[in-house]
Design a protein around this ligand. Structure first.
Ligand code: GLC
Ligand code: CA
Length: 557
């Protein structure tokens, strides 16, 4: 058995539990472990294979838990270590694997190590675990280089010495409360490896690696040259999008990941997925080479426009690039950092957005490889675009002085049941959810969708059930069938087709076709715009070899 072609992660569907917004067990308005435990049955019935839980470690919450003060302790807002252990074993009893979110690029400024570093002198072992540097210019008043925070503003903050005089600067690619670790330091490498083992010993099945492309910095911390790029100071996207870049995608990362993957000698099933935004798809695939991590989130796919040519080339490139390194491709349509898929593709029309999101989901789940579902996307939740400023908590919103809206709009607590907020997120009469839920979500609760066969929840359940059971979707086979330009036509196992119409016109389906699943109503023998269907092998006679006849736009024929 070759490890390159086996492994549960190669075809798993992983559901992202954004814990503070999933379910609130103790009524304080913030989701927690107790809440997740009450909803494991829902996740099993949904039909996913694994859950990824966003950071639940001790944290002062400068960045919603991505500022970790102790990697071995559970944040009291979320629960206790005993509850975490209970959740892991109960998830396993439900047949769900559990991935944690490991945050290795930075700690919280409240982490013991950083507090010790602040108290210790320049040049000390304590400071060497982070990136402390003297400033440039007279009296060291200028930051050590021109790097910018991904959350706007400079990436350096100056410390104050015990006697009140200005001291060294430290690097933080995110907020000042998230100092970057120095990954050339042996203490750092040993500690994070020990943290992984701590959680593996408690039964977790793997990790999502936060900012997996950022831990290693180019020697000497050279300037990016932002000044010559003439950027707006608030251009967050620019920090993410400049390549090559001295703090992104450095070669030295892969040695760290090989050392992590070596944990599979003891934990053969351990899986890692990289959150690495690295430009070209070939760069993503490098994270999943043999002996490295197993998956990398497909940001080109999530960020693609709703356009057949764009998606075709991204899907094509993904399948090719990951196959070239022996990894399975993977797909994702949403996460806690990006506007929800229903709104991303709406083009000003919410109904269209919802229809496209359903079509995109059926396309994604019809492709070979792994897939990730962001909580609430299975309910078709829209982005909450009109949250009041005083409710918003994302540091991006606050650091940009409100010029950047930030990520709260996709983080609004889930509606489970009932007709008004808190929609079963916690008990009626409990503290209001930490972000307000729109009253219009009454129609979108899990309860409201439960028995409606045309609901988005029902579509997800049906698709996930078929993914597990239908031989047409069993393997990793993938090929394109020639189609009209606005149509994507993928063939999986011989004769099983996944067909998405991204154009403005309906296209003709073959007469007599038994559609196994459709993302929306079909118009008789026509596949309407923004709709995906799964077609079983008995339709191959129609599809092959000449598909162009029935796939032409209605008015072209
Ligand atoms: C990742 C996380 C994001 C967080 C950032 C800093 O991009 O997904 O939520 O703010 O890393 O840790
Ligand atoms: Ca709570």
């Amino acid at each position: 058995m070759s490890p390159a072609t086996h492994g549960w992660w190669r075809s798993a569907v992983t559901y992202q539990v954004y814990i503070r917004s999933f379910a609130d067990g103790n009524g304080d308005g913030i989701g927690d472990i107790a809440g997740v435990r009450t909803r494991l049955r829902y996740l099993r019935e949904l039909g996913v294979d694994a859950i990824w839980i966003n950071p639940w470690y001790l944290s002062p919450m400068a960045d919603a838990g991505y500022d970790v003060a102790d990697y071995r302790a559970i944040e009291p807002l979320f629960g206790t270590l005993a509850e975490a252990e209970a959740l892991i074993s109960e998830a396993h009893e439900h047949g769900l694997r559990v991935l944690l979110d490991i945050v290795p690029n930075h700690t919280s400024d409240r982490h013991d190590w950083f507090q010790a570093a602040l108290a210790a002198p320049p040049g000390s072992r304590e400071r060497a675990r982070y990136l402390f540097r003297n400033g440039r210019g007279d009296n060291g008043d200028e930051p050590p280089n021109d790097w910018r925070s991904c959350f706007t503003g400079p990436a350096w903050t100056r410390t104050t010495a015990a006697d009140g005089t200005p001291g060294q600067w430290y690097l933080h690619l995110f907020t000042p409360e998230q100092p970057d670790l120095d990954w050339s330091n042996d203490d750092v490498r040993a500690e994070l490896l020990a943290v992984l083992e701590f959680w593996l010993g408690r039964g977790v099945d793997g990790f999502r690696v936060d900012v997996a492309h950022g831990m290693v910095k180019a020697p000497g911390l050279p300037d990016v040259g932002y000044a010559s790029l003439d950027l707006d100071d608030n251009a967050v996207a620019f920090v993410w999008d400049v390549f090559p870049h001295p703090h992104w995608d450095q070669e030295g990362l892969h040695e760290i990941y090989r050392s992590w993957r070596a944990l599979s000698a003891t934990y053969p099933e351990v899986a890692f997925v990289a959150e690495a935004e690295v430009g070209a798809i070939d760069r993503y695939a490098r994270y999943t080479r043999p002996g490295g991590l197993q998956q990398a989130f497909n940001f080109p796919f999530i960020k693609a426009r709703w356009d057949a040519a764009t998606l075709r080339s991204i899907i094509d490139e993904t399948v090719r690039a990951f196959a070239a390194v022996g990894a399975a491709p993977s797909w994702v349509l949403g996460n806690h950092d990006l506007p929800r898929v229903t709104s991303r593709h709406a083009d000003g029309d919410a109904t269209r957005g919802a229809r496209r999101a359903r079509a995109a989901t059926l396309l994604m789940l019809g492709l070979p490889g792994g897939a990730y579902i962001y909580q609430g996307d299975e309910l078709g939740l829209p982005e909450c675009e009109d949250l009041p400023a005083d409710a918003r908590q994302d540091p991006i919103f606050h650091r940009s002085g409100g010029t950047l809206v930030g990520r709260d709009g996709c983080r609004v607590p889930l509606p489970w049941s009932g007709t008004e907020p808190p929609f079963g997120f916690n008990a009626d009469g409990a503290t209001s959810p930490w972000l307000p839920q729109p009253s219009t979500w009454a129609a979108l609760t899990a309860e409201a969708q439960e028995d409606d066969p045309s609901s988005t929840l029902a579509l997800h359940r049906a698709a996930l059930r078929l993914r597990r059971s239908h031989p047409g979707l069993a393997g990793e086979r993938f090929s394109w069938v020639e189609s009209a330009p606005d149509v994507l036509h993928v063939e999986r196992e011989v004769g099983f087709s996944v067909l998405t119409n991204l154009g403005p016109e309906s296209v003709l389906l073959p007469t007599g076709t038994t559609v196994v699943l459709a993302s929306g109503p079909l118009d008789g023998i026509w596949l309407p715009p923004d709709t995906t269907v799964w077609l079983p092998p008995d339709t191959t006679v129609w599809l092959s070899p000449d598909t162009t006849v029935w796939l032409s736009p209605r008015d072209a024929g």
